[in-house]
Design a protein around this ligand. Structure first.
Ligand code: CA
Length: 226
């Protein structure tokens, strides 16, 4: 699970990142609202932890932008004691949870787990299903009817990402960020290669889902056969 922390108090931010990494989450962070929003809009995060008072762009504006882009990523808002928390609630900006500072780390982790579970049910329950095709993210088994095949880790990550975003176009850039990270040197043709591997395996199990290329935009997973 990938988490983005947007928090300008550097010590708190660092503590949060360390805490989450110890739970084996993959974590990125930003120290201001503008770069936080940029990263959030990449669409690669499963949970976002967002402070309200931020330089450049405040947390509420960041959240509004995220929701305006129709992104349904769960967002936990951190509010300092007495800090416009009532106003925040009243604004109905689409936060999934609020946590007043200072917070108990166990409580934060519990909320992250709860939101992560809700997100496509992919954290605790490991099987993703579309049509009659299902993919078990824990043992990387792709199956349809009686046929099954094991995916490589990267193929699995790609399929998981496409299944979570079913019927939505995801760009090659988003896929690169999700599979290889922001700083990687992976290029568009890496994505093409893995898409072609994955298509072969979908075909092998007779899957009733397909990866459609949308010219100039990216890929979309949908029900149908190649
Ligand atoms: Ca702050």
């Amino acid at each position: 699970m990938k988490i983005l922390v947007i928090e300008d108090e550097k010590r708190l931010c660092e503590a949060l990142v360390q805490l989450l990494k110890r739970q084996n989450y993959s974590v990125d962070y930003d120290n201001d609202g503008e770069s936080g929003l940029d990263d959030a809009l990449s669409g690669i995060y499963d949970v976002i932890i967002l402070d309200v008072m931020l330089p450049k762009l405040d947390g509420i504006s960041v959240l509004k932008e995220i929701r305006r882009e129709k992104m349904n990523v769960p967002v936990i808002i951190l509010t300092a004691k007495g800090e416009i928390s009532d106003k925040v609630r009243g604004l109905d900006t689409g936060a999934d949870d609020y946590l007043p500072k200072p917070f108990n780390t166990e409580e934060l982790l519990a909320r992250v787990r709860a939101l992560g579970r809700r997100r496509g049910e992919l954290v605790e329950t490991s099987a993703l299903t579309l049509g009659s095709t299902s993919f078990d993210t824990r043992n990387l088994r792709l199956s349809c009817g009686d046929a099954d095949v094991t995916l490589t880790r990267k193929e699995g990550e790609l399929l998981e990402y496409l299944m979570i975003n079913k019927n939505i176009i995801t760009s090659k850039e988003q896929i690169i960020e999700k599979l290889w990270g922001f700083d990687s040197e992976a290029e568009a043709n890496h994505v093409e290669v893995y898409v072609s591997f994955l298509r072969k395996k979908l075909k092998r199990v007779g899957a009733d889902i397909r990866i459609t290329a949308v010219r100039g935009m990216g890929y979309k997973l949908e029900i149908g056969t190649e």
